[in-house]
Design a protein around this ligand. Structure first.
Ligand SMILES: [Zn+2]
Length: 56
């Protein structure tokens, strides 16, 4: 049983797919796309969220 499950990094910017161990990481631990340089940052709710104004 020498099967290793390799998680894949998928760039949401250019769609590149690479095994996670082959992807560079920044000092914060976020994967950086080696193709376009986009960082995979956690989706924060403080971004542009289409808020429906139903409050009141
Ligand atoms: Zn990319």
């Amino acid at each position: 049983m020498s099967f290793e499950w390799v998680s894949y990094f998928t760039c949401h910017d250019c769609g590149l797919q690479k095994p996670s161990p082959e992807v560079p990481y920044d000092h914060l631990g976020y994967a950086i796309c080696p193709a376009c340089g986009a960082e995979t940052r956690p989706t924060t709710a403080a971004a542009t969220t289409p808020s429906t104004m139903v409050d009141g």
